[in-house]
Design a protein around this ligand. Structure first.
Ligand SMILES: *Cc1c(COP(=O)(O)O)cnc(C)c1O
Length: 452
């Protein structure tokens, strides 16, 4: 039996899948914090291209992927679906484990699937520069890569903790021609305010978003770009799940359970939504869909489902999501890409409505799983992706007990070649587990209730 299931380039999907067409009830709209009314398209046109604003609210099931975007996708897509025979053997499990490998893109993760589309639509509208934030540096490097292909400039606000922990991601961004700053910076009002109040802050995605949005809003011909959370980002990522569905057809099987790590929710939504669509339409009612998140940032497992700001300085619209509060500053765990206080509204709604569920993991357990994976499958995964590996291994070990031959599918969102410090600390037994204290979550959420 095969180890890799490939698609030909001409079998790559030509449309993204928009799950909004299949939701039983519509997702709650983003609200203008000033008026409490739903955001109007024109409110967003200062920072996003019109085509993306349209995609954000579209209810068409299939949305055409522009030919120029497909052409760039062909540099690494279709990505392989692997059957993890060697992991199965190592675990002595009767489960059948499959994973989609997104680490084959030039920046090394799923993120270029949307970065390329976003850079393209901005270029089409005559935009010259894009500003953005980055946590672990994966998104910044993906956008730097994408903007370089379409001739745009790129400014990245990188969370201070990662800027210091992961200099190689900055070098990668600069190599693709982007400028990269340690956030909070002195370049924006939001950054200066935080630096004054918390001079020793390790930064957060919420703060970096505030800086990037402010930069875009204050400069002509500059737009802002977000690497996760928004509906159009999830839409672009569905190329992953659409390919996987065809690859499962070739393998003549279908997953019983799907895992993915969740930072803002884009890689997991992209991988699972085409399958969730089958579930929503009643074609595959049994499939289980499970999000994996860190104990240090337990948005879906411990957050509140309510309207909150997407950023710390309260510049963004209010989004209905599971949230730990927009002033949440997470512990500097090595899965930097999973340190966001909220999650994608569509994924949150599906979780709240009972179509998906979530589990949280400590980073030592996560790295332990990553090492089992590295020693059997060979790939050193990103610490983010390792959360899904942990869940997969736990499920496979459960199958060993029960004798079930479940088909397990997880999205392997990226490689960990720039995360080796985390592996080093784990190997030396020096990695610390953080569980975000319940009191702090309550405090943050109480403040949120009083504001909204
Ligand atoms: C950014 C990132 C994530 C988390 O972001 P999502 O939007 O939740 O996908 C997960 N894995 C990798 C490798 C990443 O770079």
């Amino acid at each position: 039996m095969e180890t890799k299931i490939f698609l030909d380039e001409n079998e790559m999907p030509k449309k993204w899948y928009n799950i909004q067409a299949d939701l039983p009830t519509p997702v709650d709209p983003p609200l203008n914090p000033g008026t409490g009314e739903p955001i109007r398209p024109e409110d967003l046109s200062a920072i996003f291209p019109m085509e993306l604003i349209k995609q954000e609210v579209s209810s068409d099931r299939g949305i055409n992927i522009p030919e120029e975007v497909l052409d760039v996708y062909r540099l690494w897509r279709p990505s392989p679906l692997y059957r993890a025979h060697r992991l199965e053997k190592a675990l002595k499990t009767p489960a059948k484990i499959y994973y989609k490998w997104e680490g084959v893109s030039p920046p090394g993760s799923h993120k270029p699937n949307t970065a390329v589309a976003q850079a393209y639509y901005n270029m089409k509208e005559g935009i010259e520069r894009i500003s953005t934030e980055t946590g672990a540096g994966q998104w910044g490097s993906s956008l730097a890569f994408a903007t370089s292909l379409f001739g745009l400039r790129c400014t990245v606000y990188m969370v201070r903790a990662s800027y210091e922990q992961k200099p190689y991601r900055r070098i990668l961004m600069e190599t693709w021609g982007a400028e990269c700053f340690s956030s909070p910076t002195n370049r924006t009002e939001a950054g200066r305010m935080i630096r004054e109040k918390f001079p020793d802050t390790t930064g957060s995605l919420g703060i970096a978003i505030s800086e990037a949005v402010e930069d875009a809003a204050k400069h002509e011909n500059t737009h802002y770009s977000l690497g996760s959370v928004l509906n159009h980002v999830l839409l672009h990522q569905t190329i992953v799940g659409l390919e996987a569905k065809r690859q499962f057809e070739i393998a003549e099987t279908y997953p019983d359970i799907v895992f993915g790590c969740v930072g803002g929710g884009s890689n997991f939504s992209g991988a699972c939504f085409p399958f969730v669509g089958d579930k929503l339409r009643g074609e595959k009612p049994e499939i289980e869909i499970v999000s994996c998140e860190p104990m240090a940032c337990p948005t879906l497992t411990k957050g509140l489902y309510t309207y909150d700001f997407g950023d710390t300085a309260q510049l963004t619209p209010l989004l209905k999501m599971y949230t730990l509060g927009h002033d949440f500053i997470p512990a500097p765990i090595h899965a930097g890409g999973l340190r966001y206080h909220g999650d994608a509204p569509i994924l949150c709604k599906l979780t709240n409505d009972g179509y998906m569920r979530a589990r949280a993991y400590h980073q030592n357990d996560v790295f332990e799983a990553a090492i089992i994976f590295a020693k059997s499958e060979g790939i050193v995964v990103a610490p983010e992706a390792a959360h899904a590996v942990r869940a997969t291994i736990d499920e496979a070990l459960e199958c060993k007990k029960t004798g079930e031959e479940k088909v397990i599918f997880f999205n392997n969102s990226g490689h960990g070649h720039f995360d080796l410090m985390g592996y080093d600390l784990y190997n030396e037994g020096k990695l610390v587990d953080y569980e975000y204290p319940a009191e702090l979550i309550e405090k943050s959420l109480k403040a949120l209730k009083n504001k909204t």
